[in-house]
Each structure stands twice: as C-alpha cells, then as structure tokens.
Design a protein around this ligand. Structure first.
Ligand SMILES: Nc1nc2c(c(=O)[nH]1)N[C@H]1C(S)=C(S)[C@@H](COP(=O)(O)OP(=O)(O)OC[C@H]3O[C@@H](n4cnc5c(=O)[nH]c(N)nc54)[C@H](O)[C@@H]3O)O[C@H]1N2
Ligand SMILES: Nc1nc2c(c(=O)[nH]1)N[C@H]1C(S)=C(S)[C@@H](COP(=O)(O)OP(=O)(O)OC[C@H]3O[C@@H](n4cnc5c(=O)[nH]c(N)nc54)[C@H](O)[C@@H]3O)O[C@H]1N2
Ligand SMILES: [Mo]
Length: 795
C-alpha cells in the first residue's frame, strides 16, 4: 500500500453510509452554504461576496458555467450551495505564507490529503523550489520571471515547453497567454477541456460546424422536452435545477439517462420558493433510463430507429438543411435489438417509451456532460444525439437544441480566445494580421500528448495557468513521474495543490488574484470577461481586497513572463496590455469573430451573445454546408469475467480536485471519500460483503504499468449490473494514459475496467486480461493527434 493510500484511508475513519436522498437542494442547502461561508470568511465577507455573485454589476461565479437569468429576472441570492462553497474556498481568510512553507517541507506537505492542502488558505507570495531543495522559499516576481525566461530561452525548440490552462482564466488572461505562447513559437496549449468536453467539440464541429451549445437559457425554459444524459445537475450545475423547475412549470417533460438515480434528477426543492421550503418540491424526471455505463450510443441509435419506423421525422428540415439522412436511416434501420439490450441493459419497452416522448415533443433540448464525453466512443455518441436533433428538426428553433453543459466557469471562453492546441487556420491568420508575426501552424500537444512528451524527455518545461494537472490528468503515477522529469514546473495558482508538490527540478508557485478580488492596474480598476455554456459573454468585477498585497493578476503574470521571455520581439506591447485591459479587448475585437464591439457589448448589463450560425439561422458551417447526419457502428465494451466498468465521478463536496469536505450528502455518504458503489447482485456474485474493504485493480494490457487503488469501502448501490462508481481524483491511478476517446483523445475516465479484491490481496503480475474489442494505437506516438479532422470553428 502506498503512502498516499494509507493516509487517505486514515482520513476516512469516520465514514458513515445512509440511504441516498430523493431530492436535491432545499433549505438544507442554504444552511450548509451559509455556515461554510461564515466559518471561512466571516459575516462581512460573506455579505460582500455572495450578494454580488452573478449580478450584473458583480462577479461571475467561479464554479460552473451555467448561464445567468436575464437582468431583471435574477434573485437577490443568485447562487447555489456549491457556488457559495467555491466562493468561500477562494475568499477564505486562511493564508499559506512563506513562514508556512518554511515550517513544512515539500515531502511533509505531500503526505497530506488534497482536502487538508486546500484548507491551508491562499498563497501570499511567489515561491520557488530550487534544485535539490526540500522547501519552497520566497522569491521576488522579478527573479521568478527571469527564471522562467532563462529556462524557456535555453530550450532547443519552443515545442519543448507545454502551457496548460484550466478553465477559470478570464478571456483577457487567456488571450494574452495564447498570444505569448504563439509569439514564443509553439501551439503546445493543452487545457482541461481535453479531459472534459473535447469529445463534444469534435462531434459538434463535424455535425453542426461549431462546437458550442445551440440554445439560450430561455430555450431551456421554453422546451417541451428535456433529455438529460450523463449529467448530475443537483451537484455540478445546481442553478440548472431552477431552469428545469421553470420548464416543468410551463409543462415540459424530462427524460433522465443515467446509470444512477441522482437526487437532482428526481426532485428539486427550490430554496427560493415557498413550496421548496415547506412543500414537496418539484418532481423532475418523468422517465429515468438506468442505462449501463457506455450504453448511450446504442440507446440513441435505438431511439433513432423507432423514429424512422414511425416516420416521426421532420422531413422539411431534413430536405432543407441536412445531409446524409438516407445513410443514417439505413444504418439505424439495420439495428440489432439484442445488441442494444446488451449494451444498454434497458428493455425495448422502456426505450420505446422514451422514443415516444421524443416523437411527441414539438421542441426538445438535449443536455449532456461527462457521463457522455469520457468514453472511447464518446464522439460517436454525441454525433448520435445530433442525429436525433436533426431527425426531429430540433435545432435553430425556440425551445429546442443541443446543450453540452460546460464544466469550468470560463472553459468555453478560453477556447474562444484561442486556448487550443489545434487552432483553426483562420484564427491564426487573424492573429498574424493583427500582430504582424507568423504564428506556428503545426498542431501542438493536448493533455495526453503533453504527458507523453514530458515522460519521454521531449518536453522539459511545464507552465500551468490554474488547475491541478497531476490530480486532474489520468494515470496519476505516470503523470507524476512525467512532471518530476521536467526541468521547470510553474503554477499560477490561488491555493496549494498536489501539482506544487509533485514538481520539476526547479518549481515556481505564482500566486494570483481570484475572481472575487479587485484588480487594480496602472490605469485604474479593471474588469475581466467570461463566456458561459450558452455563448453569453459578460464582465466580472471582484468586490474584495486581494488576499495579499503581493498577489498579481493573471494578466499581469502572463504579460510579465512574456515581457521577460520575448523582450520586444514583434513589438508586442505587454506593459500596455497589463496597464489597461481595454487594450487586450481591442485586440480581441479584431481577432475573435463576433467580438467586433467587444469593449462596449461586454460591459452592458447582461453582456452579449456570440453568433452561432445553426442557432441563429440554421446555417451549418460544416464541410457540406449542411447539418451532417453520421452513421456509427455500435461496439460493446469487452469486460472479462468478474470485472466491472468503473465510472469516476464527483461527490457533492468537491470542485474537481478541490475537496471542500468529505460528505456526498445526496448519495448518503458522510465523512469519507474512499468508497466504491456496486450493485448488490454483483457483490454477491463476487463473494464480497457490503462495507467490506477492497482494492481496485485496473485492467489494461497495452503496457506494463500496474494500476491499483487501495482501501475502498464497498457500498451496495442502485446502479446497473456490471457497473461501479467511485470518486475522482482518488481513482485516477486506474485510468490508463493511452485509453482515450477516438477522435478527441479524451481519457476514458467513465469506462475504466477494474476488478475488486479484498484489501491487501496480492495480484500476480500479468493478470490484467485484455478488455477491449480491438487494438488501438497505444504506442504513445505523439503524432497520433495529427490524424484528427481539421477543426473549422473555435471551441
Ligand atoms: N460542485 C461542482 N460543480 C462542478 C464541478 C465539480 O467538481 N463540483 N466540476 C465542473 C466541471 S469541470 C464539469 S466538467 C462538470 C461535470 O458535471 P457532471 O458531468 O455532472 O459530473 P460527474 O460527476 O463526472 O457526473 C457524471 C454523471 O454522468 C453519469 N454517467 C456516468 N457514466 C455514464 C454513462 O456511461 N452514460 C450516462 N448516460 N451517464 C453516465 C454519472 O452517474 C453522473 O451522474 O461540473 C462542473 N461543476
Ligand atoms: N478520473 C477523472 N479525471 C478527470 C475527470 C473525471 O470526471 N474523472 N474530469 C476532468 C475534467 S471534466 C476537468 S475540467 C479536469 C479539471 O482539471 P483542472 O482544471 O486542472 O483542475 P481543478 O481541480 O479545477 O484546478 C484546481 C486548482 O486551480 C487553482 N485555481 C483556482 N482558482 C484559480 C484562479 O482563479 N486562477 C488560477 N490561476 N488558479 C486557480 C487552485 O490552485 C486549485 O488547486 O479534470 C479532469 N479529470
Ligand atoms: Mo470539466
């Protein structure tokens, strides 16, 4: 058992399990968020922050990317329990000072849990770990920038550095960052999106010509049917529940497609409405399809075949706007129902019920998130959703469309601003026209390819604008070894995380302002801008004084690194951009399509909405200029005898790798995180007892890495046979680096093949049986991504 496993189990001594909840939110949620905020921030900061959250003159919630209601329709408290937790986590009064780093060696800190690290508070000064040092020590900004510049300028090629971005960076920071990286000379811009909605971006670019949602919040309210697939809104997008409630009030129906009966899909008690406080709340899903993990492609094809059979097709839409209908119709016409039932675990009767609801609905919105994007066949699955929308004409009309629900609050904006390892040529052309240098045209490394490059000694410098790379990325031990091989790792961060401790020979932590804080530069107080899941872009202004006088904004840090590294190369005015963010926005207005009046539009109350041709005019910027039907083969996941398919998901008390607390209230887990949810019949079949301590063994044949995560409590849970669930990031050591989605290279963190053994059981080497239906390229060839289709539109 590794040191990390032991200490995590130690923290779970208080684990208690009770039955899962049958509803989400309600008064309890408000009480929980207020109490946490008061403890971490005190009453004054609580009032100063929470009441400005998501208001027109306030700041954008740093939690998820769910859109805000129109100005005039917002509540006084326009936030959810988990948004309040995210704000408290950032606006905490705890501080990790240089004295703290002097007291604790890096090894000592690395022996602590992620939860404990987060509780140490905001980092107050730039810190450096020199080669061989056991502690981080304070360093001046000036020296830090020089250190980075020296390392970058000493590399044999700019392609030996990788520049990661997490989805909290503002549009201004993201634009300046990608400009610097391209002027430096590489497209190595991996981001969290590579692990998140990349499958969506690829699938939608091919089918509708743009990788973003085709709906507004008003469309969600006006839908007659909402299909929620692979998403847990009660925890991850709680404000979405208010929108679902509004839709239900107007008569909408909801179909939930999820292996788990998540509380937030069942019932919502809105704390802002009287009936949510005293009554029974609003029943949400009218139909729940407990699909087997990764059964969605087969499910959507089966629904498609029924629509064809019933001729419930919008032939006018198909004739006027679509391409490839006949090939799709013939493909789904040849469906094998036995295969569908094996893949989905659902009866034909239940699938028929769902198809009937879709056939009867004049306007359907399809929503999805990580339950669909993190599988080998994710791109095909999402293209199948597009097929259904085209078949019914459910795109480009009120109350209908495609809604990939984004994760990080500005992950979509970062892509729009050019954070992308595969930038479209037209974006690079516009950069060239604006700045007068020829940006690199070769595609760069995505997240998985960056890890391979660091591992194989092809990259030596890692810079992270936010995020917690070593915990978020797959194959924890492989990723950790790759980062340790770097000559320099740099993290622009608000709080301590594991990636600061599993670092390169030289390591820097550069502490930054967060979304809650005032940002004052030479020209005065600045605002930044962000884009939500529905392409709406708006300004954000933090209300609080910075956590420390030594903090710098992300823009100041990025331009500082750029200035020192590039000098006056290409005459780029880094100081000007830093002093006045309007200069960055002027560049944005000339480079990013749809942002022509950026400065004015973004600062209007409620902001503005970016153009989206399919949504706005049923124009499809695809290869054929039409909505592209596609036909995809169904492949069953091959799972060996006694093995399970594990999905790695979020608890109610975390934001990705930031662990707020140890409860997963809605699922009935209290005081611990090392649990694995398994169907009771599978437990009996495996000879395991509920509550038994087990180890998780990963099965992946293509390399010699032993993948194991130890010391999990088994919890008998309502999930389909053969399916298991456990929390991320504890289970990331089980996700093989080379197991990625076809076309998007996203790690398959929702279909990990495992077996369970009683804790401490030795497993002889070489017992990982092959679990896949066919071979895939697992050579670690970092050119693999180049075979992916050329993107046409950003994000
Ligand atoms: N509070 C909070 N908010 C967050 C986050 C957070 O960690 N905490 N993270 C943010 C980020 S970056 C993201 S990307 C989003 C993530 O939001 P979600 O996608 O909701 O996050 P997950 O917890 O990964 O949940 C995946 C859901 O898909 C289901 N699922 C798993 N496998 C399958 C499958 O094969 N088919 C189907 N149909 N369903 C499946 C799971 O049971 C679960 O309900 O949330 C964002 N918001
Ligand atoms: N097994 C498994 N792995 C997954 C997933 C999964 O479902 N299963 N989900 C994937 C998904 S969807 C995503 S999006 C990734 C998330 O990957 P990341 O985005 O890399 O991870 P986060 O945990 O969101 O990053 C948290 C860190 O960001 C820093 N931070 C917070 N606020 C700010 C800020 O304002 N500025 C800066 N500069 N830094 C800040 C803090 O130091 C904090 O420790 O993980 C992926 N990994
Ligand atoms: Mo995400």
């Amino acid at each position: 058992m590794s040191k990390r496993d032991r200490r995590a189990i130690g923290s779970d001594d208080d684990l208690r399990v009770r039955p899962p909840d049958d509803h989400a939110a309600g008064v309890k949620a408000v009480a929980v968020s207020m109490q946490r905020s008061l403890t971490q921030m005190g009453p004054r900061r609580t009032a100063a922050t929470l009441l400005r959250l998501n208001q027109a003159e306030g700041f954008d919630c740093p939690s998820c990317a769910w859109p805000d209601p129109e100005v005039g329709h917002r509540h006084t408290a326009e936030f959810c329990e988990n948004g309040a937790k995210a704000v408290s986590e950032e606006a905490t009064t705890a501080r990790a000072t240089p004295e703290f780093f002097a007291r604790h060696s890096i090894a000592e800190l690395d022996a602590q849990t992620e939860h404990w690290l987060g509780q140490q508070g905001r980092i107050t000064e730039p810190m450096v770990k020199r080669p061989g040092a056991e502690h981080y020590a304070p360093v001046s900004w000036d020296a830090a920038f020089s250190l980075i510049a020296d390392h970058l300028n000493a590399l044999g090629s700019p392609d030996e550095a990788v520049f990661y971005t997490s989805g909290r960076a503002s549009n201004e920071a993201a634009f300046a960052y990608q400009l610097f990286i391209r002027a430096y000379g590489t497209n190595n811009l991996p981001d969290c999106s590579n692990m998140c909605h990349e499958s969506t971006s690829v699938a939608l670019a091919e089918t509708i010509g743009i990788g973003k949602a085709s709906v507004s919040l008003e469309d969600v309210h006006a839908a007659s049917l909402l299909v929620l697939a692979g998403q847990n809104p009660g925890t991850n997008h709680p404000r979405m529940l208010s929108a679902l409630e509004e839709a239900k009030d107007r008569g909408a129906k909801i179909i939930a497609i999820n292996p788990l009966r998540e509380a937030g899909l069942v019932n919502f008690r809105n704390p802002q409405r009287p009936r949510g406080i005293v009554g029974k709340g609003t029943a949400l899903a009218d139909l729940h399809l407990p699909v087997k993990i990764n059964g969605d492609l087969a499910l959507f094809q089966a629904i498609g075949s029924l629509l064809v059979e019933w001729d419930a097709i919008d032939h006018d839409f198909v004739a006027a706007y679509a391409h490839g209908y006949e090939a799709w119709r013939d493909h789904v016409g040849a469906l094998d129902w036995a295969q569908v039932e094996a893949a989905t675990g659902l009866s034909k009767e239940l699938i028929t019920q769902a198809a009937r609801m879709i056939a009867d609905s004049p306007a359907t919105v399809y929503c999805w998130a990580m339950g669909l994007t993190q599988h080998r066949n994710s791109v095909a699955t999402i293209k199948e959703i597009a097929n259904l929308a085209f078949a019914r004409g459910d795109i480009g009309k009120p109350g209908a469309g495609l809604l990939p629900v984004r994760g990080h609050s500005n992950v979509q904006g970062d892509r729009t601003m050019g954070i992308w390892e595969r930038p479209p040529q037209h974006f690079l052309d516009r950069l060239q026209a604006e700045f007068g240098f020829d940006p690199p045209r070769e595609h760069g490394y995505d997240t998985v390819d960056s890890i391979r490059a660091l591992r194989d000694g092809k990259a030596h410098v890692f810079v992270g604008l936010g995020g917690n790379f070593v915990q978020a990325a797959p194959d924890t031990e492989v990723t950790a070894d790759a980062l340790r091989r770097a000559r320099l790792t740099v993290h622009v961060s608000t709080k301590i995380n594991r990636s600061h401790l599993v670092c390169g020979e030289t390591a820097l932590i550069l502490p930054t302002l967060g979304r809650t804080e005032k940002d004052v530069q030479a020209s005065g107080e600045q605002f930044v801008s962000v884009e939500d899941s529905t392409c709406s872009v708006h300004a954000s202004r933090g209300p609080l004084a910075p956590a420390s006088p030594h903090l710098r904004s992300e823009v100041a840090i990025v331009t500082g690194i750029a200035e020192r590294t590039l000098g006056d190369r290409y005459g780029l005015d880094w100081a000007g951009m830093r002093d006045d963010y309007r200069r960055i926005r002027t560049h944005i207005s000339r480079v990013v399509p749809g942002c022509e009046t950026y400065e004015v539009s973004v600062d209007r109350a409620g902001g503005f909405v970016l153009p989206h041709p399919p949504r706005d005019s049923r124009t499809f910027p695809t290869a054929s200029g039409r909505a592209e039907f596609t036909a995809s083969p169904i492949e069953l996941l091959q799972v060996g005898e006694g093995q399970l398919v594990l999905q790695t998901l979020r608890s109610h008390d975390q934001f990705n790798t930031t662990i707020y607390g140890l409860d997963d209230r809605y699922r009935g887990i209290l005081g611990g995180r090392r649990v694995v949810f398994v169907n009771a019949d599978d437990l009996a079949m495996l000879g395991l007892e509920n509550n038994q301590l087990v180890d998780l063994i990963g099965h992946w044949d293509d390399d010699d890495v032993e993948r194991r995560a130890n010391g999990f409590r088994v919890v008998a849970y309502d999930t389909p046979r053969g399916c298991a669930a456990a929390y991320y990031p504890e289970t990331n050591p089980l996700v093989p680096l080379d197991s990625t989605a076809e076309g998007s290279n996203t790690p398959t963190s929702k279909s990990v093949i495992i077996s369970l053994v009683p804790a401490g059981t030795a497993v002889p080497a070489g017992t990982g049986s092959s679990t896949r239906s066919d071979a895939m390229d697992a050579t670690g060839d970092d050119d693999g991504h180049k075979s992916r289709p050329e993107p046409t539109h950003l994000s």
